[in-house]
Design a protein around this ligand. Structure first.
Ligand SMILES: Nc1ncnc2c1ncn2[C@@H]1O[C@H](COP(=O)(O)OP(=O)(O)O)[C@@H](O)[C@H]1O
Ligand SMILES: [Mg+2]
Length: 288
């Protein structure tokens, strides 16, 4: 593709946390209107790269150059990147459970008239956004009363309210069941096809990468190790992708560790019960 079609380039991004070098000269190029997957093992640096992009780690705290929509970016906060249409949805959802769906969508961006929140407008606009993400839910419903799949859709509705140009989804389906995951991926595809929204999606689920990505950037140990192009004629070679991610042949995917003989008991947990933080009736872990 010609460079005119590039919406984002990240060049030679290096980021350290004290002695830890999380990213070393990472390069990423994303085409306008594509779904770009970023793959890599846990700790490879995927989330750090997206936090650099979105201003969570401000300009000056990393080295390298970011260009978005033809302009060099020097973001100091996440508000700066959002003003350019870059919206990141983090691994840990950031909604307020005790507020309604509508309040969550417009928090920090209140629909006001003469300095007073216009609740009719807030609800009506929220309803329109919920329609766009395919969530038939009352805008007054509290976020704690809907499942995590629906919460993810509320996050996307919120992104749409900000005129998103680049949507970043960090492991969006990790906590979702198959049905909710499929709905979410359909929505990302629909945003691309109908509204030209560019997405970056981080996921460990290689079948999802194969199903949705136009291009894949692979990161290993804080470095870019390759880009794979996916077209209908050349579907994703998942084995090749895994090889690049882990950097060793597949037959060695689970290498033996030399000292794996168990020693004496080190930790014992008994009669352990954990309740849901928002719903005391619900037991999440029950080892009794
Ligand atoms: N805030 C932080 N402080 C120190 N080290 C960090 C911090 N965030 C990430 N790291 C380290 O940077 C590396 C990359 O982490 P991360 O970007 O979260 O990886 P991924 O999202 O690919 O799993 C890891 O070694 C991680 O321990
Ligand atoms: Mg991560």
């Amino acid at each position: 593709m010609s460079s005119n079609d590039t919406i984002l380039t990240m060049e030679n991004i290096t980021k350290t946390f004290g002695p830890v070098k999380a990213l070393t000269d990472v390069n990423l190029s994303v085409d306008r209107g594509e779904i770009h997957a970023i793959c890599g093992e846990n700790g490879a640096g995927k989330s750090t790269l997206m936090n650099v992009l979105s201003g969570v780690y401000p300009y000056g705290s990393y080295s390298g150059k970011i260009t978005f929509d033809g302009k060099e970016c020097k973001y100091h906060t996440i508000n700066d990147s959002e003003a350019d249409g870059i919206v990141i949805i983090h691994q840990e959802l950031a909604l307020s459970p005790f507020l309604s769906i509508a309040e969550n969508i417009f928090i920090g961006n209140e629909q006001a008239k003469g300095g007073v929140i216009d609740w009719d407008k807030t609800r009506a606009e929220a309803k329109k956004l919920l329609d766009r993400v395919g969530l038939p839910e009352d805008p007054d419903t509290k976020v704690m009363d809907i499942g995590v799949g629906k919460q993810q859709l509320v996050e996307i509705a919120k992104a749409l309210s900000k005129d998103v140009k680049l949507l970043i989804l960090d492991e969006p389906t990790a906590a979702l069941n198959d049905e909710d995951s499929a709905h979410l991926l359909d929505l990302v595809r629909q945003l691309r096809d109908e509204q030209g929204v560019t997405s970056i999606i981080i996921t460990h689920k290689l079948n999802e990468v194969a199903a949705i990505a136009d291009n894949v950037t692979i990161i290993r140990d804080g470095s870019t190790v390759g880009v794979m192009y996916v077209t209908p004629e050349t579907p994703l070679d998942q084995e090749e992708l895994i090889r690049k991610m882990v950097g060793r042949p597949l037959h060695n995917l689970y290498p033996n560790h030399p000292s794996n003989t168990p020693g004496e008991e080190y930790l014992r947990v008994e009669d352990w019960t954990v309740h849901h933080p928002l719903d005391a009736e619900r037991v999440i872990v029950d080892l009794t």
